[in-house]
Design a protein around this ligand. Structure first.
Ligand SMILES: Cc1ncc(COP(=O)(O)O)c(C=O)c1O
Length: 344
């Protein structure tokens, strides 16, 4: 039987969390003299309170989950950092990553002096399940899965993830791009797997990257500990207020998904006709990975015409690969017109 208490860092289990003024009193009042704030109402003179509660309620409603099943972070990067800090003892523990993937997992682990064991995806960018199982050690705390994966755009196999979930480690599924895919979120499996953590973000499909809002879904026990270690006011009032106003609903997300899919299909079809495109990878995200005969040259050619794409050549199995984000229809028009003039 999986016991979360044997997985979190021992000193955190007994940690008395900092109790902020807003933790201690959550009701209404006429006069607030408990948090050393200034009284003049600038809209931001108070520490986050009602705005944050409102955003939590909105997310709880949208995801049909209770508020003890998720936390909001300063981007999902903060959430990933918190997860590593909660579970991994520096110098002793390790995490498993599957390159090519989001390289931040390794950076965050390095910052905590936590070792990263890399189990590369196979030639088809699928999880190498047997190698993953072989790589697990007594000190493996986290298995990081990105689905749809950045930069490949591929959704991870359900079977592979199920096998990973049967191991004695926490499986973190980073679903930053899930709204662009037809895959079902692993959030629906949280009740079944106490060792599952799902992260999502408002930076991608919700279009709110500048607000820095990330989401983490897990058992209430895991969320309890993440709440203990996060900074008291990690989500600011301006972001919470803006997100309350701007967060898309399910119908808007569906519409956006349709639009992105149309442009993605169009871009992939175009790229497949380009002589310089050695391989165009299918994608379930809002970007396309394409292997070129000379990624540097194409990147420079586009940059000199004001169009910026990302060269991913430094990533495992991604030699000469560029990653192109799906922009607006007009932006895709411009990209295609420009690429038509490219001569390898
Ligand atoms: C796979 C993946 N996870 C997480 C993030 C970070 O997202 P956020 O803006 O929520 O910090 C990114 C950002 O590009 C990403 O590609």
């Amino acid at each position: 039987m999986f016991d979360i208490h044997t997985k979190i860092q021992a000193h955190i289990a007994g940690l008395e969390p900092y109790s902020s003024a807003r933790d201690e009193y959550k009701g209404d009042a006429k006069i607030w003299l408990d948090a050393n704030e200034l009284p003049e109402d600038s809209g931001y003179n108070r520490y986050p309170n009602k705005d944050l509660y409102g955003l939590k309620a909105k997310i709880s409603n949208q995801y049909r989950l209770s508020e003890d099943q998720f936390i909001i972070g300063n981007g999902s990067d903060e959430i990933l950092d918190l997860i590593i800090r909660l579970f991994c003892k520096p110098e002793r523990d390790n995490i498993i990553t599957m390159p090519p993937s989001y390289s931040m997992y390794e950076v965050l682990a390095k910052i905590q002096n936590v070792h990263t064991i890399k189990v590369p995806l196979d030639e088809d960018f699928e999880i190498n399940t047997s190698e993953c199982l072989n790589a697990i050690t007594g000190h493996t705390k986290l298995i990081m899965v990105c689905s749809p994966n950045n930069p490949t755009g591929k959704v991870a196999s359900k079977n592979a993830i199920k096998i990973l979930l049967q191991q004695d480690a926490i499986v973190v599924i980073d679903e930053a791009y899930i709204q662009f895919s037809d895959a079902v979120s692993w959030i629906s499996e949280l009740e079944k797997y106490p060792n599952l953590i799902v992260t999502q973000t408002l930076s991608k499909a919700y279009g709110l990257a500048g607000l820095r809002l990330g989401l983490c879904f897990a058992s209430s026990k895991i969320i309890h500990y993440l709440n203990i270690i996060k900074a008291p006011y990690n989500v600011n009032v301006a972001s919470a207020k803006a997100a309350m106003r701007l967060m898309k609903g399910d119908a808007e997300i569906e519409l956006l998904k349709k639009q992105i899919k149309e442009q993605r299909t169009r871009l992939i079809a175009f790229l497949k006709g380009c002589e310089w495109a050695v391989q165009v990878y299918p994608s379930e995200a809002n970007f396309v990975l394409v292997r070129c005969n000379n990624s540097k040259d194409i990147k420079q050619f586009l940059a000199s015409r004001g169009i910026i794409v990302r060269d991913r050549s430094s990533q495992y199995r991604c030699d000469n690969c560029i990653r192109i984000t799906i922009g607006s229809t007009e932006e895709m028009d411009q990209l295609i017109i420009t690429l038509k003039t490219y001569q390898a």
